[in-house]
Structure formats: C-alpha cells, structure tokens
Design a protein around this ligand. Structure first.
Ligand SMILES: [Zn+2]
Length: 174
C-alpha cells in the first residue's frame, strides 16, 4: 500500500504541456479538489470500505497555469540518469558509478551539470586530481544540463508506458 502511494504521476498543464511529476498521494488530493482530470490510470487500485480508487498515472489541470517547470535538481541520481549510468570516460556500464568533477574540486571545479559526470571507480581513480586533458582521458560527450522534457522522458519506466504519448516518445506506427 505504501509502495503504491509512492507511485509517480505525470501532471500536465491544461494545454497538455508536462509540468511536473508528483506522487499518488498529492495527485489524489488534486483529484478530490477537482483541480485535475484523470487521463491515464495504473492497473492497480486502492480499496477501502466505501470506495475503490484506480491509481492515476497521468492527470491534467482543469485550468491553465502560468508556471515554468522548476529546475531539475542537481543530484547524484539525476546526474547518473543523464549519463545513462555509463562511465563518461570508458563507456563501461553496469558497474558501481561515482561522480567525477571534470575540473577537480581542489582546483576550483564547481558542482554543476557541466562539471560533473558519471565515472566508474577505475577511471575516477586513474584521473585522480587532473583534468581530462592532463591525463589524456577525453570525455565521450560534452556534459550539459538536461532539458525538462529529457528529464521527464528519462523518468519513464515500464509501468509508465502510458506517459509516452504525452512526452513525444511514441513511435510512429506504420
Ligand atoms: Zn570508466
């Protein structure tokens, strides 16, 4: 039950623009307050004595709000997600990942989207306190701050298949 209530819900503006991702609990409050309509539901539902609630998956605000999606938080998880959990120096996957400061912290490197990349422990260790140039370890790609849409798209897991049509991820069917 607690797991279900932590399930994520995609919130769209009235014009279908993706706004944010929230949890079931918050989405249910929006539904009860009649602030949103339900566009998609999960297969699961919550039963209580006097009601059955199909868990919402995508909801849409009834009124357009002038809101610019907030910045993507710079967190370990979001950085690793941006880099596809792949070492940006040697391309290895499926090993424990660390975060590497491209310009080392001790040398003035900042905690930013542009200066942090996923790195395997071996590369991180080999690179040590040097810049990629100094140790001849070029990056696979230039790290950038992900767009909100990319962020939403990367949040889609199997259970969120129904989100894809709202995030421009649907393959055109021939
Ligand atoms: Zn590596």
């Amino acid at each position: 039950m607690e797991g279900l209530l932590n399930r994520r819900v995609l919130v769209l503006n009235q014009n279908y623009q993706p706004l944010t991702i929230t949890k079931i609990k918050r989405a249910v409050n929006l539904i009860l307050d009649q602030k949103v309509e339900i566009l998609e539901q999960y297969n699961e539902s919550i039963h209580s004595v006097d009601f059955v609630l199909h868990l919402p998956s995508v909801v849409r605000l009834n009124r357009y709000i002038n809101y610019h999606p907030k910045m993507i938080p710079l967190t370990r998880k979001n950085l690793l997600r941006r880099d596809g959990y792949t070492c940006q120096y040697c391309n290895i996957k499926n090993v424990p990942m660390t975060l590497d400061h491209i310009i080392p912290k001790q040398r003035g490197g900042k905690d930013t989207w542009e200066n942090l990349v996923a790195a395997c422990t071996t590369c991180n260790h080999n690179k040590n306190n040097r810049t990629p140039k100094e140790c001849n370890m070029p990056l696979k790609k230039k790290p950038k701050k992900p767009s909100m849409l990319t962020y939403f798209q990367q949040s889609v897991r199997k259970k969120q298949n129904s989100w894809k049509q709202y995030l421009f991820m649907d393959q055109l069917k021939n």
